[in-house]
Ligand binder design. Structure first.
Ligand code: TRP
Length: 328
C-alpha cells in the first residue's frame, strides 16, 4: 500500500471549512493508503507555547479527528514528539540544507515579519523538520494545502540531495496531494472568502446550537435581489454554498426559487441554515465530547499510534545510519 503522511498543526478547534477540506480527505484516504497522521507539536514550539496549552491542544485535536472518523485501526495517528527518530533524521537533513535556501522560503519570511523578536533557528529549519516528518516513513504522498508547496519542494530537495551525496536511491521524492482541488470549499460567514481566515467567520464543530444560531444570524447579507433571476452576490452565494453541504436538495431549491422570484427573506434562510448546520454538527459534537472526556482512551490511542510510527521510523533510520557510516 502506498504510504501517505500528513502533519496537523495543533492550533485551535476544527471548523466546518477544515471538516470539508483536510478532514474529509484524510478519512477517505485512510481506506486506500497506509496513512500516518501526526500532530505537529514540535513544529508548534516555534512560537513558545505554554506547556498546559500544548497538552490541551494536542488532546483537542486528537479527540476531534477521532470524532470525525479517523480510525486508529486503519490509519496511524500519533503525536510527533512521541517519535524521537524524526529528530535524528532532522539533524542529518539540516547538515545538507543551506542557509540561503531556508531564508528564501516565503513562510519563513512571513513568520519573521510576524514575530520579529523571535526569529529562531526552529523557524528557519521548519522545512527540514517537515521533510524529516515525511522522509522518516519514506512516504510518497502528502495531503497538504497549496500554501505548503514550497515546504514540499524543500522535502523533495532534501530527499534528492541525500541520495546524491551518498550515491544511493534511498528516499523517494514525496508528492503533494492537493485535497483542496476536490474538497468542497466552505466560505466564511463574514463575506470575506474562506472559513477560517478570522475567528468570527467560523462555525466550529464543537459549537453548540445556540452559538451556531447566533453566528449564522449575524452572517453578512445584502439588501436583497433587485430583479428576478439575478446572479447572487458573493455574500449570498456563500450562504447557499454552506446550505449545499448541510441541507437537503429540496431546502436549497426552495430558497433558490425564493431568491429567483425576489420573495426571499434572509431571516428565514438563516434560521433554516442554522438548524441544518446544527443537525449536521450535533452527532460530531457528541462524539467530540465523548472522546474528550475519556483521556485514558486518548492516551491509549496516541501510544498505539506512536508505537507503530516508531517502528516504521526506526527502519528508515537504521538504513540511514548505515548509509552515512554510523553503526545501526
Ligand atoms: N506545515 C504543515 C502546515 O502548516 C504541517 C506539517 C508539519 C506537515 N509537518 C508536516 C504537513 C509533514 C505534511 C507533512 O499545515
Amino acid at each position: 500500500m502506498e504510504k501517505v503522511v500528513s502533519g496537523i498543526r495543533p492550533t485551535g478547534n476544527l471548523h466546518l471549512g477544515n471538516y470539508f477540506g483536510a478532514v474529509t480527505s484524510f478519512v477517505r484516504m485512510q481506506e486506500e493508503y497506509d496513512c500516518k497522521f501526526f500532530i505537529a507539536d514540535w513544529h508548534s514550539l516555534t512560537t513558545h507555547p505554554k506547556p498546559a496549552d500544548i497538552r490541551q491542544s494536542v488532546d483537542t485535536i486528537l479527540a476531534e479527528y477521532l470524532a470525525c472518523g479517523i480510525d486508529p485501526n486503519k490509519a496511524t495517528i500519533y503525536v510527533q514528539s512521541d517519535v524521537p527518530q524524526v529528530l535524528e533524521l532532522y539533524l542529518y537533513l539540516n547538515m545538507n540544507a543551506y542557509l540561503g535556501e531556508l531564508e528564501r522560503v516565503t513562510t519563513f519570511k512571513e513568520k519573521a515579519r510576524q514575530q520579529p523578536d523571535n526569529v529562531n533557528a526552529g523557524l528557519l529549519t521548519y522545512p527540514t523538520l517537515m521533510a524529516s516528518d515525511i522522509l522518516i516513513h519514506r512516504a510518497l504522498k502528502v495531503p497538504v494545502g497549496k500554501d505548503q508547496e514550497q515546504n514540499m519542494e524543500m522535502a523533495r530537495k532534501c530527499a534528492r540531495r541525500f541520495n546524491n551525496i551518498y550515491g544511493v536511491d534511498f528516499f523517494p521524492e514525496p508528492q503533494s496531494f492537493h485535497f483542496t482541488a476536490q474538497a468542497v470549499k466552505i466560505p466564511g460567514l463574514d463575506g470575506t472568502g474562506k472559513m477560517g481566515k478570522s475567528q468570527d467567520n467560523c462555525i466550529y464543530l464543537k459549537d453548540d446550537e445556540k452559538t451556531i444560531k447566533k453566528k449564522v444570524m449575524k452572517a453578512v447579507t445584502d439588501c436583497g435581489p433587485q430583479s428576478a433571476n439575478s446572479p447572487k452576490p458573493e455574500v449570498i452565494q456563500n450562504l447557499f454554498d454552506i446550505m449545499n453541504v448541510v441541507s437537503s436538495p429540496d431546502t436549497v431549491r426552495f430558497f433558490d426559487d425564493k431568491w429567483n422570484d425576489c420573495s426571499i427573506r434572509y431571516g428565514d434562510l438563516k434560521k433554516q441554515l442554522a438548524e441544518d448546520i446544527n443537525n449536521f454538527c450535533a452527532p460530531i459534537r457528541e462524539r467530540i465530547e465523548q472522546f474528550s472526556a475519556d483521556k485514558e482512551n486518548l492516551h491509549r490511542v496516541a501510544m498505539q499510534g506512536a508505537e507503530k510510527a516508531r517502528q516504521s521510523a526506526q527502519q528508515t533510520l537504521d538504513e540511514v545510519r548505515q548509509i552515512i557510516g554510523f553503526h545501526k
